[in-house]
Design a protein around this ligand. Sequence first.
Ligand SMILES: Nc1nc2c([nH]c(=O)n2[C@H]2C[C@H](O)[C@@H](COP(=O)(O)OP(=O)(O)OP(=O)(O)O)O2)c(=O)[nH]1
Length: 160
Amino acid sequence: MSEPMKTLPTNSPYNPDRRPVDVAVGVLVCRDAEGHEGEFLLTSRPAGKVYAGYWEYPGGKLEAGETVEEALRRELQEELGITIGAAHPWKIEEMDYPHARVRLHFCKVYDWQGEFQMREQQQMAWQTLPVQVQPVLPGTVPVLQWFAAERGHAGPTHIG
Ligand SMILES: Nc1nc2c([nH]c(=O)n2[C@H]2C[C@H](O)[C@@H](COP(=O)(O)OP(=O)(O)OP(=O)(O)O)O2)c(=O)[nH]1
């Protein structure tokens, strides 16, 4: 008699078929009068979350029925106290972490209103290449490489 087929839980890190969780990520970028892009915002992951203290772009998981832009607007209001203008879809990247498989929807944001408030006791840092804060979340590294390609930046994208 054949063995019964063993199935892994959908979210098991050992299950290659586990479904990715969609995450809306905001890349806030400053532009000069000519439209050239400069500093971008990184925030540290709050205590109590996986990868606490690692630097990333602000954002979070989509809730049921939300679009990426709606989720981003909600997350940045909740985490930073700012109201964003348009979110410009930039890149989509999947990352397979031990804790979850995520599909990251990176959007550039050029306009926002309000004072920044660290509502989750996180830290914020305006950065350019090479990024000086560390450690950087693995899912953040590709973004720095996209910036490097756009900006013709040679050499390391971050320290550490
Ligand atoms: N916010 C954000 N998350 C990222 C980035 N890169 C990256 O791999 N991730 C991963 C880390 C997490 O596994 C996931 C985001 O989940 P999260 O826990 O921060 O989202 P959330 O704010 O909705 O958290 P929670 O309500 O479930 O506590 O995406 C990034 O640049 N920004």
